[in-house]
Structures are given as C-alpha cells and as structure tokens.
Design a protein around this ligand. Structure first.
Ligand SMILES: *Cc1c(COP(=O)(O)O)cnc(C)c1O
Length: 426
C-alpha cells in the first residue's frame, strides 16, 4: 500500500517509509491511497472470528506485502494479548474498556504495534532511529513501555510540566534504558510543535520518527477497537453509535476508517473537554485552533488536533457530509465531575474523566433505539486524585501501576526548541 501526504507536495511512499518518516517532508500527514471494504460476509459473521483474525483482516491491506504474513500475525498477536470488553452501563449504553493493556490506556495497542513494525524494519540495520514523541499524558507511558529495549531505537518523550497526572509522569520517566523524558515548560501543543519542527530541521543529526498518532502505525491499529466492540454487540440487532473521548482525534479517525472498511456504524460522536476547536468548527465552519487549556481529562488537552485533517479527507472535505455522520460536543470539568458521580450512583461504574466525557457525548446526542458505546480510554487509577476526590472512593492500585509508583523520576527540563535541538545533537 502506498501513502500520500495530505499537503500533496511530497512524493508518495510505501508503508515502511511512512512508518519510518512519521510525517511527510512537506509536513503533511500520510494517508492511504486506497481503502477497500472487507467482504460483507466477513462483517455479517464477525462473531465467528477471533480478535487476531479480525485485526489481521482489518490491517492487512494497509501493510501490503511489506511485512510477511506470519510476521504480521505474530505482531498482532503480541499487540492485542489482552481483553477489550464492552461493559453494560445502562439499558442501551455500554462502555468499551480499552485499559487492560500494560500502561492502562488505549494507546498501548498503537504503541506496541508500531514498536514491533519498526523493530521488524530495522532488523538488519545498524543505524539507530530516534522516536520523538509529544505526550498529553498517556502516549508517553505507552510508547515508553512499547519501545523499551527495542534494538536500534532510542525514544525521546516530551511532556508538559505539571500537566500530566503523577502516575502518567512515573510511567514515562522511570523506565531508563533507551527511554529519555524531557519535561517542557509549556502546554501539550508546545511539545507537539517542537516535535514537528524537529522533523523538518536539517541540522538535527539523528534519524527521527514520530510515535504520535500522526504515525500511521500508531493510528491505524486503533481501528481494531471498533471491530472488537461491534463483535460483542451486533447480535442485539441495534444500530451502533460510538462516542469517543477525543484530543488529537486519532482514535475516532481510526473508527471512521473501520466504518470505511464496512463496519456498520450509524454515527460517531467526538466528545471533547473545553478544548473545543472541532465542536466550534462544526458549528461555525471556521477552523480556529487555540492554545490548549488544562482540564481534568488532560489526555485530551489539545487545541489543534493533528488528525482532524484525516477525518476531513475521509469525507472528501465536505462539511455537510461530515456533519451527517459525525457530531462533536464539548463539556466542562464541572459537567465531567457531575457525570462521574451520576454514573457511579446509577450503575456503580467508576468512569475516569475521559470516559465520563464520552458518556456525556452519548447523552447529548440523544440515543433513540440505537445502542451507544462510549470508549473508556484509560483506567480510573491513572487519574487517581480526581477520581478518588470526586467519587469518595478508594481505588485499588493494579500491579502494572504499583511497579512504577515508587521509582525515581528522571527527566531533563527544557524551555525552548533550541534546548530540544541541543539535547538531540549532544
Ligand atoms: C490520548 C487519549 C485520548 C485522546 O485520544 P485521541 O486519539 O488523541 O483523540 C483520550 N483519552 C485518553 C485516556 C487518552 O490517553
């Protein structure tokens, strides 16, 4: 499969080149040249396939023959070796729990898939690659965990100082080995801008790639979730609506890719916190990115969502067509806290702030006879202070988290792009 740049001034590239480059030289995101729907028979009988078979069917055309079948199957097997349950919340609402992986947020799947693809592509190279990644919270931990010890790969993670939770910070600053953390005096968008600038800077003397959802190997495997969820609910014979807590809009964009592959999804809701660039765009038609604001759902504190451009491409840049299949609503921290309480009181389910925003999206959309699924993108323990404070509960710390909580943080503070550049060239 070949990929083109959404800025349309760089040459088309193979899957491997797109993964290794991260971003195209013209700063555009890569996008697949073709999307071929899966056979209807496969979708109609999805319950008869294992998650591994489904994931292989979904991703194979995007990889093409650049990774041999048995290797790709093995990569998938290692990537998704945990559960993706849809847990009932109310009569017509369930939550798809995406936090059963090693760092307890949905980003584990993309990070593990990408690390293994890069490991495969690098298998005979002695050239070191540096994965440069900006995190609003969970990407850092997932990438650190996914790439830890991968031969030929150094990882440099930029995170906004004071704007990620304590556990998130531990997950990305304590692993050592080939993982380095840079603590940026700024917000997430500053981190993301520095990363984008570094990619285009000819004076950086390392081979850089990105492990943000701009990288197709991080972004595309997220399609799997929507298939796995559908497989669990399709026998109810109701139309399915997904509400996705959204920040950089990579996850929901992967959902729309799944729909393009033939998955019968009636509607998508991108639920955001007060970082409302996309909800505003749908209302006004004007796309006005703003600096991100800090919220209790910090992994979605994104003022200029990278992947929205891919969503527009999927709808041929037709705003009316987009609005027919996709809504986006913004919610405040107060509404989020209130909703966490309501969900807990009515169903005893402990939602993290991101999941609560997703739930609010379904409520605002107003389900009729559909089955609504909101994505629970992280385990509540990752936002321990907020969740314990709002719900007045004590959360047991799972073993994945216990293992990092007492480790010593190691991070280098930086204030500017020049600092990043000197760090990379040192
Ligand atoms: C990254 C993240 C999001 C946002 O996902 P995008 O793909 O960037 O829209 C939502 N919730 C949690 C917990 C996350 O870590």
């Amino acid at each position: 499969m070949n990929y083109y740049s959404l800025n349309h001034t760089s040459p088309n590239v193979t899957f491997k080149e797109a993964v290794v480059n991260g971003l195209a030289p013209d700063r555009g995101l890569y996008f697949p040249e073709n999307i071929t729907p899966l056979p209807k028979k496969f979708i109609d009988n999805i319950g008869e396939y294992s998650n591994e078979e489904i994931a292989y069917a979904a991703i194979q055309q995007f990889v093409g023959d650049e990774i041999p079948k048995d290797v790709l199957q093995q990569i998938i097997k290692e990537t998704i070796n945990f559960e993706f349950p849809v847990v009932p919340i109310e009569e017509n609402i369930g939550t798809l729990e995406l936090f059963h992986g090693p760092t307890m947020a949905f980003k584990d799947v993309g990070a593990r898939f990408m690390a293994r693809c890069l490991g495969y592509f690098n298998r005979n190279n002695n050239e070191q690659v540096t994965v440069l990644v900006a995190t609003s919270g969970d990407t850092g931990g997932a990438v650190a965990n996914g790439f830890l010890g991968v031969k030929g790969v150094d990882v440099v993670i930029l995170y906004p100082s004071g704007k990620v939770s304590d556990i998130q910070e531990k997950q990305l600053t304590t692993l050592g080995q080939n993982i380095k953390a840079l603590e940026v005096d700024g917000v997430f968008d500053d981190c993301q801008d520095m990363v984008k600038t570094a990619f285009l800077d000819a004076e950086i003397n390392r081979t850089l790639t990105s492990a943000n959802s701009i990288n197709i190997a991080r972004w595309l495997p997220q399609m799997f979730y929507f298939f796995f969820a559908y497989k669990q609910v399709y026998k109810q014979h109701k139309e399915v609506v997904f509400s996705v807590p959204s920040g950089n809009f990579g996850n929901i964009c992967a959902g729309i890719m799944a729909q393009k592959l033939g998955l019968p999804i009636k509607h998508f809701i991108a639920a955001t916190n007060v970082n409302d660039t996309v909800p505003n765009f749908l209302q006004s038609g004007n796309y006005n990115p703003k600096p991100s604001k800090a919220t209790i759902s910090n992994a979605m504190d994104v003022g200029n969502p990278s992947n929205f451009i891919r969503i527009q491409e999927l709808f041929n840049n037709n705003l009316e067509a987009l609005k027919g299949a996709f809504s986006s609503f913004s919610f405040s921290d107060d509404e989020t806290r209130e909703t966490m309480k309501n969900i807990y009181q009515t169903s005893t389910y402990i939602a993290d702030p991101h999941g609560a925003v997703g739930y609010l999206g379904l409520k605002k959309y107003g389900l009729q006879n559909e089955f609504g699924i909101f994505l629970e993108t992280a385990h509540p323990v990752k936002f321990l202070d907020v969740v314990e404070d709002v719900l007045n509960v004590t959360i047991d710390i799972p073993p994945q988290i216990v293992s990092v909580i007492d480790k010593q943080k190691e991070a280098t503070k930086i204030n500017s792009y020049e600092d990043l550049k000197s760090f990379l060239n040192a």
